[in-house]
Design a protein around this ligand. Structure first.
Ligand code: NAG
Length: 312
């Protein structure tokens, strides 16, 4: 009763990525294959890092945490998208939508802070190698990870406090495959100019600020390495180019969704695919397959599992 008095909209309808049947079939296969890879790849990274003592170092702990967040981010949106594509039933309840927005911003905020932590880790390792063990201690690592989650939580709560009581009286169509603040706010039946500004300021400038901070730190690291020795540069470049790729692909869509003021062409929902289906694959792929320590840890892990199977 309370709900119906409060707002007339009790569910939202996703318009999805495409109306054409062949395109929907393609997206269904694409999303299923990529999501399966994301789950397996990120679980493998977490399992390898936690089970192998050689990998108990800050860089790998942060990497495993990043894998965890990536896995959650995909799981928040992609299974729903897959089920919508296969059933054609594309609704989400009002509460479901609010919960999705809340978790999305906790995870997104945490991932941004975690990427800064990873850049800090690389900065200390490359530019201050003698101080690495004292600066990046276990305590520091736990501090960075819990800091990431707390900042994500605060960021998300602050935004939701403003939008949770908005009245909705229709229409209730969201031109995307998941709920996020810009679309949600636009559907409210009061004038939301100030709120839209708040979202741009909060989510938008946080994404842009973090993005520039990260890019500047990576340039700073590269310049420092280059001054020390030009031979070290190519090695640092190969590690850091992976980080930089992830940063650009992760932040590009965020900046576009929150800051770009005139969505003349609805490309933001397609860009969102980068955040939910592409970067979560890139992390395990580039950090793992190009990394010798990680590869040998996986070999040890698979040997152990084989031995275990033989003894059973
Ligand atoms: C995340 O980082 C913490 C702190 O270093 C670590 O103890 C934990 O194992 C990591 N989480 C995962 C999933 O590896």
């Amino acid at each position: 009763m309370y709900e119906t008095n409060y707002s007339e909209v009790s569910e939202f309808i996703f318009l999805g990525l495409s109306n054409s049947r062949p395109m929907q079939h393609f997206l269904l296969v694409f999303a299923t294959v990529f999501y399966t890879t994301i789950v397996l790849g990120n679980l493998l990274v977490m399992l390898t890092v936690t089970s192998d003592l050689h990998l108990h170092s800050p860089m790998y702990f942060l990497l495993a945490n990043l894998s965890f967040i990536d896995l959650c981010l995909s799981t928040l949106t992609v299974p729903k998208m897959i089920s919508d594509l296969s059933s054609g039933h594309k609704t989400i309840s009002f509460h479901g939508c609010v919960i999705q927005i809340f978790i999305l911003h906790v995870l997104g905020g945490s991932e941004m802070v975690l990427l800064i932590a990873m850049a800090l880790d690389r900065y200390v390792a490359i530019c201050k190698p003698l101080h690495y063990l004292t600066v990046m201690s276990t305590r520091m690592c736990i501090l960075l990870v819990s800091g990431a989650w707390s900042i994500g939580l605060v960021h998300s709560v602050v935004q939701l406090v403003f939008v949770i009581h908005l009245p909705f009286c229709g229409p209730n169509e969201i031109d995307s495959f998941y709920c996020d603040l810009p679309w949600f706010i636009k559907l409210s039946c009061i004038d939301t100019y100030n709120l839209e500004f708040m979202v741009t300021a909060n989510s938008g400038f946080i994404s842009m600020g973090t993005f520039f901070l990260l890019i500047i730190s990576y340039i700073f690291i590269l310049v420092t390495v280059w001054k020390q020795s030009s031979s070290g540069l190519s090695k640092a470049l190969s590690t850091l180019s992976a980080h930089i790729t992830v940063v650009v692909l992760f932040f590009g869509p965020c900046i576009f969704v929150y800051v770009w003021p005139f969505p003349t062409v609805p490309v933001d929902k397609f860009l969102a695919i980068l955040d939910f289906l592409i970067t979560p694959i890139l992390n395990p792929a580039i950090y793992t397959l190009r990394n010798k320590d990680m590869m040998s840890a996986m070999r040890r892990l698979s040997n152990q599992l084989l031995k275990l199977r033989k003894s059973l």
